[in-house]
Unconditional design. Sequence first.
Length: 143
Amino acid sequence: MIGKADPAAYKAMLALDKYLETTRLSATHKDLIKIRASQINGCAYCINKHTKEAREAGETEQRIYALNAWHDTPFFTPEERAILALTEEITLITNHVSDDTYNAAAALFDEEYLAQLMMAAIIINAWTSIGIATAMQPALTAN
């Protein structure tokens, strides 16, 4: 809908996505950010899209299914845990990103990678807002 109603705005959003493809962010890190933010925001279209992409990239079903309970599983590395915590706090920004969360991520990633992680979380949150605001629905597939 937005792509047709305001092609320039949609093109700008796509440019942000294209930017992410030029960064050093690993596919796994991007997938975790996209799925987790989509889960928190309740965007069915984005959850469907990004879990499919993650599976195609080699992510395991077990980790995808456990992602909304990542705190309580041994399935994620310390780096992934820092990314998930940062993603959650950016997504739920009314609570602010805590110093503890930021410092934990900063201890694991260089400044540029940390900035790229934050941009990835910000961009998926913008996409989920579009998906929810325009009532986008995933297509039903056989399986």
